[in-house]
Ligand binder design. Sequence first.
Ligand code: PLP
Length: 419
Amino acid sequence: MMKVSKFGKKIAATSGIGQLMDDLGSALANGRHTLMLGGGNPAHIPEVQQHFRRSIMELLEDKGEFERVIGNYDPPQGNKRFIEAVSKLLNNEFGWNIKAKNIALTNGSQSAFFILFNLFAGTFEGGVSKKILFPLAPEYIGYSDVGLVENLFVANKPKIQHLDDHIFKYYIDFDRLKITDEIGAVCVSRPTNPTGNVLTDSEIKKLSDLARAKNIPLIIDNAYGTPFPNIIFTDAKPIWNENIIVCMSLSKLGLPAARTGIVIANKEIIDMVSQVNAVMSLAPGGIGAVIVTNLVRSGEIIRLSQDIIKPFYQAKANEAVEQLAEQLDGIDFHIHKPEGAFFLWLWLRGLPITDTKLYQRLKKRGVLVVPGHYFFPGLKEKWRHRQECIRINYAPDKETVSKGLKIVADEVKQAYKVK
Ligand SMILES: Cc1ncc(COP(=O)(O)O)c(C=O)c1O
């Protein structure tokens, strides 16, 4: 066995999530019909895909343009025309004052988090260590392993409000939130993966004020948010200022394979992200940008997001909640209010088995979900709640979701031994 550096050991180690993703992937590949309610793939929405197809066909027919687009590297900051179009769109929509110098592209927003978290946390001059704070756990599983050093994260337990017998919502517990000098940046996903939570405007304002007072950035992961893909069912005002880093993505719009992330931040941060792009990959890939530039310029991307994508997922969320509510009758179950993204976060209070055991039993029956305990990066406290939740992706087709949820309900009932 060849020797590997400390960095190598950390980054290339088999992580819990790596193993789980493998598990999900191989279950899908083994030929048996699996009901895939794990993973983070968006739905294939024909009306949206048709726009991407048309856009690629137009590019192919445009003599010279296709060759130009595929035959050159973009600058490390990313495709200029797309960046211009995105800044105009955001300024028009939200009255922001963004210039091209405030935007950089990355190969998926996942790599933006890798860059940003390691820029603002880790070892600083004088040997000081800083961390990324997640003010509200549960939080996105993909953040867990991006640190170049150990223990890069701290997280805060949420407050829970029961909105009715079976619907609840997490809020940030500001009384317990401590932004000490050890914190290098604050990060939230809004809408949140895995819960479908959308932090309220007042929560975001408070976080922004706290971060500004400490002169550290507030990172808002807008992968599911406005203005695209706009998978957000509540009224939530997006904000940006020189102290806020907004991360967006083309993935949940329906283009995860294009690996396009969009970072919006002050010029110093954008310059650093561009430099890292140059070192790690010379330039971010430009195909995603090319596919959607005209949709962004014309504003069509907003219509698609508002009139097609949002209602599509909203209807699926409602159906999934309705079905679970009916089939889990008699169980002490609680679903996080679906306010956005495309996941149901199911909390099974007093579940007699762990989330992992439930995951394994479901897998045996051909249904894949994600066990909840993975979604608490940085939370040190013991908390049984972690082992009482699962995340269900309701983006797949109706039949898959409905069959899958039926089996989930059945296994949950067996776990509680309810007939
Ligand atoms: C909350 C959140 N942020 C970021 C990402 C990363 O997406 P991508 O790298 O495809 O832009 C995902 C993907 O599932 C996500 O759910």
